[in-house]
Ligand binder design. Structure first.
Ligand code: MG
Length: 257
């Protein structure tokens, strides 16, 4: 499994897709990222060692001042005064879209049980951030309500993720089976209304990526069917273009559309 930029074709950095149009593939900065990423991909693939976390991107620690709030019960938001509103929103699910469990379990346990799903994840997020995109995670975490996930560990995990990226991110968590939960659009609507500096999103350039895409068993060799379609429906309900993690980060074509 190869990340974007690691194939011979992609190393030439000449191919643009609709959702990657923000990349100027001829630029020096993009070529540098490609070289960094190609080097990183040779070292490892999905089975990334803990010590590799964050080393695949040049660290530039931006001001963080991250703060959690709970505007309504079971609805948590991570934000920072150092995050500016933007018309460009790069929106993601988190589990099995941005991160896999380090333990190998389906459900991560504790604040340290995570690693990048693909080694190129942090590189791509950093490039989007540098290009003016605001990086936002929207995640359903009903395990909190069920007592299977500790909310304080979960909150610390996202702060750790932001620190590994080197820039502040926004995170919206629906911690119960209620109206905040994807595929309802409340988390997105709330972000636009109260956490984007009054700036309207450019819906043609914003996008959402998630693994709950309704793919059937065998969508790729050995793959189980997706547990849900909530991510694909979340994007559709908002009116955002949608990609799976494999399409977004690896540029793999879906075999199940
Ligand atoms: Mg997920």
């Amino acid at each position: 499994m190869q990340c974007e930029g690691s194939t011979k074709k992609n190393r030439r950095c000449k191919n643009k897709t609709k959702n990657d149009s923000i990349f100027d593939h001829r630029s020096q900065s993009y070529r540098t990222l490609c070289r960094l990423h190609t080097h990183a991909s040779r070292k490892s693939d999905v089975d990334q060692k803990e010590s590799d976390l964050g080393q695949s991107i040049p660290k530039r620690t931006a001001p963080m001042r991250l703060t959690w709030s709970e505007p309504e019960p079971t609805f948590f938001i991570l934000d920072s005064p150092d995050i500016k509103g933007s018309s460009l929103i790069a929106a993601y699910d988190f589990d099995w879209t941005i991160a896999a469990s380090k333990s190998g379990g389906k459900f991560p346990v504790g604040k340290d049980d995570w690693k990048w799903l693909f080694q190129c994840v942090s590189v791509k997020l950093k490039k989007l951030y540098d290009d003016g995109y605001k990086i936002v995670f929207f995640t359903n975490q009903a395990g909190v309500e069920k007592g299977k996930v500790d909310i304080e560990s979960l909150k610390q995990k996202f702060i750790n993720v932001s620190e590994e990226l080197g820039f502040p991110i926004q995170v919206f968590i629906a911690c119960a089976v209620n109206h905040f939960r994807k595929p309802n659009t409340i988390m997105w609507d709330y972000m636009i209304e109260y956490h984007n500096g009054g700036i309207k999103p450019d819906m043609k350039r914003c996008f959402y990526t998630g693994d709950a895409a309704g793919r059937s068993k065998g969508w790729k060799k050995g793959a189980k069917k997706d547990f849900s379609t909530s991510d694909r429906k979340f994007a559709a309900n908002i009116g955002l273009s949608f990609q799976t993690p494999e399409e977004h980060f690896l540029r793999e074509n879906s075999t199940d559309d």
